[in-house]
Design a protein around this ligand. Sequence first.
Ligand SMILES: O=C(O)CCC(=O)C(=O)O
Ligand SMILES: [Fe+2]
Length: 201
Amino acid sequence: MHQASLFAAQPQQPILDAEGGVRYLPGVFAPDTCARLFAELRDHAAWNSEQRLMYERLVEVPRRVARYRIGRDELPPLLDAAAARVREVLGAPFDSVGLNLYRDGRDSVAPHNDKLHDLAPGQPIAVLSLGASRRMTIRAKRAPHATWHIELEAGSLLVMSHASQYRYDHGIPKDPGVVDARISAAFRVRREADDAMAQRL
Ligand SMILES: O=C(O)CCC(=O)C(=O)O
Ligand SMILES: [Fe+2]
């Protein structure tokens, strides 16, 4: 089975497809920008605990989350600036951002693909990492389940194509060695925003 670990100082593209596959871009944001944004989000984002139905029981998801519509909700100011930068770097009209707060290595996100029904086809999903590094596991849904482990460092963008969500799951496994917090900001383009833009062209 294909297994690869990436701990990269250079851009990487572990998965290829017609929409850019999966790319890891380290160092897009400078360390001091990341530190300020991390502190702003940790202290001022509208964090929620969410519950999920699992085996007919409601359980709390093992992280905190917050969501904003870019251009419609009032974003924490540094997040607004970061969103503009991510739009510019990737040339995609991101209009929503989902935040995840992993308080320490006991927090995690289970393997999943991002729900595609309200996302614009052909547009990427970009995950900005802040705070502690955490390892993302990306795994092909089909046997023999090729797997990549990518160390997501502060300041990096992990960019996943829309198409990749059909063929791969991604997750952040628990890691007892991690004692510090991490925040990720997942930028997405909603389907309706893309339609509205197409109608204006
Ligand atoms: O925190 C991460 O790096 C991944 C988050 C994620 O997969 C999601 O919000 O859908
Ligand atoms: Fe995800």
